[in-house]
Design a protein around this ligand. Structure first.
Ligand SMILES: *[C@@H]1O[C@H](CO)[C@@H](O)[C@H](O)[C@H]1NC(C)=O
Ligand SMILES: *[C@@H]1O[C@H](CO)[C@@H](O)[C@H](O)[C@H]1NC(C)=O
Ligand SMILES: *[C@@H]1O[C@H](CO)[C@@H](O)[C@H](O)[C@H]1NC(C)=O
Length: 385
């Protein structure tokens, strides 16, 4: 119990709280200089405290914008609270999330891809390892798009997965209209027009993420951080493998931002480097556990694994990059995982989603790609497909 003398004091303090919050918020707003690339989120602070404000009904709700956090924990915590739905009637946007440790060799091609389409239909985000050099620097649509929470990222560690989580969290907070979130690598190129890509993705109610079960290396991947390291949260039979190049819808992006339980199991140092690819299992495992029916279990980023060069798929060299290659990649049917989704649309009907992106292309392939950008790459009727 509070003593009788302290009680009025306590009440007074409590009544002052809204005022204190208002002043703190204002100080933060004027005190922080935020470069334009970092974006903001909206928050109605005043309405939270309206019951304590004597004439709340007459005071307008003031929308303030808060900087996006730089450190992982507050970043993901805030992102986990965003509205998973878009405001009714709003135009859906695509979030293109580039994860890189080098300059983007296909930046001029992406520039052409975005050229001419409305800026209200997409956002670009770049996660760039800050310990690397970027020469030439990011420019054009990539100018000032590097997210300020970027941290060092390397293969065979959980840092690539952490980077993708940061991109998701940043994009969730940056724009409430981001509807689909696609991860793109530096060696990845678009093989359809923006228009086609946009229509395909915003009209989907499901995420596109490869979810494969019973791959020959499932056990090795599951034990990469230690023989029982995944238990009890992720049992061997719950573990999934898939391409790290997915497109997640907003609700699933928020599932990723909210997840701690599964992430701590993947955010561990591997004991075996040769099977350490957490970025190829974390997202597939998590979404398969949480909402398998909300996923089309396939990636829309084409890759050729018939060649495996030390964990790297086939890389297309400039002389191979001809219109027929692009048309062939477009016509290929994606590989669909099967489990947990019995009776849903792709097992009932033969589903045939079109690849939108492809990898890996050698940086020297830029020239032939640019040469056929208008006639083939961004020409959706090229080759009759
Ligand atoms: C992931 O692991 C790294 C290195 O051990 C650690 O610094 C970081 O805090 C971890 N992140 C989470 C969210 O657990
Ligand atoms: C899965 O589909 C098959 C074939 O349509 C059906 O026989 C089976 O009962 C289904 N299983 C479940 C769990 O729905
Ligand atoms: C796109 O492809 C069609 C079919 O091959 C062709 O007729 C047309 O000329 C192409 N468009 C451009 C701009 O090259």
């Amino acid at each position: 119990m509070l003593s009788p003398t302290l009680f009025p004091l306590f009440c007074a303090l409590f009544l002052c709280l809204p005022v204190a919050v208002i002043f703190t918020v204002q100080r933060e707003l004027t005190g922080v200089i935020t470069p334009p690339e970092f974006g903001f989120r909206s928050l109605s602070v005043f309405s939270l405290y309206s019951r304590n404000v004597p004439d709340a009904s007459s005071s307008p709700v003031v929308r303030i914008r808060q900087p996006i956090p730089k450190e992982d924990e507050p970043l993901l915590r805030l992102a986990s609270r965003v509205n998973p739905n878009l405001p009714p009637g709003s135009t859906r946007k695509l979030a293109f999330m580039y994860l890189t440790t080098s300059p983007l060799p296909f930046a001029p091609l992406w520039e052409k891809f975005f050229n001419g389409c409305s800026k209200n239909l997409y956002n670009v985000y770049v996660h760039a390892d800050p310990t690397r050099e970027y020469d030439p620097p990011f420019s054009g649509v990539f100018l000032n798009r590097v997210i300020h929470s970027s941290k060092p990222s390397m293969r065979h560690t959980p840092t690539l997965t952490a980077a993708a989580r940061r991109l998701i969290a940043h994009a969730l907070l940056d724009d409430p209209l981001n509807y689909m979130f696609a991860v793109i690598s530096p060696s990845c190129v678009p093989i359809r027009s923006f228009d086609f890509t946009y229509k395909t993705l915003v009209s989907s109610r499901k995420s596109f993420i490869e979810i494969l079960k019973d791959e020959p290396w499932q056990f090795d991947r599951w034990t990469a951080t230690g023989s029982h390291a995944m238990l009890p949260e992720v049992k061997l039979e719950e573990f999934r493998i898939g391409s790290q190049f997915w497109v997640l819808k907003r609700r699933h992006a928020r599932v990723v931002a909210r997840d701690r339980r599964i992430w701590v199991k993947f955010n561990k140092t591997c004991v075996r480097e040769d099977s350490c690819y957490p970025e190829e299992s974390y997202f597939s495992t998590l979404l398969n556990m949480r909402d398998p029916r909300g996923c089309v279990p396939a990636t829309l980023t084409h890759v050729d694994w018939t060649v495996n060069d030390g964990g790297h798929p086939r890389m297309y060299e400039p002389e191979e990059v001809v219109p027929e290659l692009i048309l062939r990649l477009r016509k290929t049917r994606p590989r669909y995982g099967e489990d947990g989704i019995n009776g849903s649309e792709w097992s009932a009907v033969e589903r045939m989603d079109s690849f939108l992106f492809a990898r890996k292309f050698s940086p020297e392939a830029l020239e032939p790609l640019l040469g056929m950008a208008r006639t083939v790459l961004f020409n959706d009727s090229a080759g009759g497909v």
